[in-house]
Design a protein around this ligand. Structure first.
Ligand SMILES: NC(=O)c1ccc[n+]([C@@H]2O[C@H](COP(=O)([O-])OP(=O)(O)OC[C@H]3O[C@@H](n4cnc5c(N)ncnc54)[C@H](O)[C@@H]3O)[C@@H](O)[C@H]2O)c1
Ligand SMILES: O=C(O)[C@H]1O[C@H](OP(=O)(O)OP(=O)(O)OC[C@H]2O[C@@H](n3ccc(=O)[nH]c3=O)[C@H](O)[C@@H]2O)[C@H](O)[C@@H](O)[C@H]1O
Length: 348
């Protein structure tokens, strides 16, 4: 297959791009290298991909002309769409970044795909956050997703209904993957596993959010390698789109899957695992969960992904965090430009 990976300089995108290239697929990346977190990290990931023979086009999802030229140059059989403004809490600071990338960008890409002849099949990243204020655990794909707790979640839910519309009208084959708090080497500095590690290493305090009655928050943390396998299996089982040039011939494939680890862990316990691997105690500031869109817990039911994709998460949190900590220490060797790395970092 020949895959366009949007968000290829990102955390998940760079890992999946390398996996696809290693098994012989054609891979082209697209990324706007924005500064939501230090661009140096995206450039470093991009150089890993370039060394593997993967070229990343630097541009924005919303650039219709760029997409048109790119689709004319390369006949993509599949799109792995991972480019988005991620992060739950940053939406309070910069809401329009989410509309620009997650809604405008997604529709621009869908428009290009529906006009292509033949149309590619699309696999894209949704999010566990669409389950919002769900109290029924574990979360299953048919549960309610109409009460998001953050603007980020609302844009991801919007993507799911937009995808359904383009599937119905134009015959685009689309698969939505609801990732659950993904972590691993080459990860995201805005996420807790990364920012907590940095602060513990530097002897700075970490803030642990608590529920309204002192409850601990919990996440179904999912290691990057399991997510990569889920993405590749989704591409391999994606059926062709049934339309071309904007006209549908027959009903096309439309799928939604949870990709999680199915073993939620309390944030306090997650910090204890980090302390064990870092051999250093955290300075824990426990504060009430700010009204920035966090939910109390996530927990994935992956029965459907197991059955249809052979998805079988196999890395437990302690093993995964050990691998992350080893990467972190090697990447941020003492004094090796550490401060530079975090220059563009936007605390939320
Ligand atoms: N990492 C997680 O825990 C997690 C969980 C659930 C869902 N997701 C989703 O998975 C996908 C990948 O997430 P990630 O963790 O790799 O995030 P990331 O921020 O590392 O990667 C996203 C990439 O997309 C690029 N991008 C953003 N807007 C763009 C635009 N308008 N045009 C072109 N490029 C653009 C960014 O520069 C970035 O490199 C996202 O859709 C995210 O919402 C991630
Ligand atoms: O599955 C998803 O769909 C989401 O996964 C990720 O969001 P989250 O699950 O919130 O990950 P992350 O920030 O690492 O916080 C981890 C835990 O630490 C708590 N947390 C966080 C920060 C802090 O300072 N204190 C704290 O207690 C926090 O409340 C949480 O309980 C992606 O960022 C997002 O893109 C989205 O896709």
């Amino acid at each position: 297959m020949t895959v366009l990976v949007t968000g290829a300089a990102g955390f998940v995108g760079s890992h999946v791009s390398l996996a696809l290239k290693k098994r012989g697929d054609g891979v082209v990346g697209l990324d706007n290298f924005n500064d939501y977190y230090p661009v140096e990290l995206k450039r470093a990931r991009a150089s890993n991909l370039e060394q593997a023979g993967i070229f990343i086009v630097e541009g924005d999802l919303n650039d219709q002309n760029l997409l048109m030229k790119l689709f004319k140059l390369v006949h993509f059989t599949h799109i792995l769409h991972l480019a988005a403004q991620a992060g739950v809490r940053y939406a309070v600071k910069n809401p329009l970044a989410y509309v620009h990338s997650n809604v405008g960008g997604f529709v621009t890409l869908l428009e290009q795909c529906k006009n292509s002849q033949p149309q590619p099949a699309i696999v894209y990243a949704s999010s566990s956050s669409v389950y919002g204020l769900n109290s029924k655990v574990p979360f299953s794909e048919d549960d309610r997703t109409d009460h998001p707790a953050s603007l980020y979640a609302a844009t991801k839910k919007a993507d799911e209904v937009l995808a359904h519309t383009y599937n119905h009208i134009y015959g685009l084959s689309i698969t939505a993957l609801r990732f659950f708090t993904v972590y691993g080497p080459w990860g995201r500095p805005d996420m807790a596993y990364f920012s907590f590690t940095r602060n513990i290493v530097e002897g700075k305090p970490i803030t642990i959010f608590q529920g309204p009655h002192g409850e601990e928050l919990a996440r179904d943390f999912t290691f990057i390698d399991d997510i990569v396998k889920g993405c590749v299996a989704s591409l391999d089982t994606a059926l062709p789109s049934t339309g071309s040039g904007g006209k549908k011939h027959k009903k096309a494939q439309f799928r939604i899957y949870n990709l999680g680890n199915t073993q939620p862990v309390k944030v306090g316990d997650f910090v204890s695992i980090l302390e064990k691997h870092l051999k250093k105690k955290a300075i824990r500031n426990i504060i009430p969960m700010p009204s920035t869109g966090d939910v109390m817990f996530t927990h994935a039911n992956v029965t459907r992904a197991k059955h249809d994709l052979g998805y079988n998460p196999s890395t437990d949190l302690s093993t995964g965090l050990h691998i992350f900590v080893k990467w972190y220490k090697s990447y941020y060797k003492e004094g090796a430009g550490h401060e530079d790395m975090l220059k563009g970092y936007k605390p939320y």
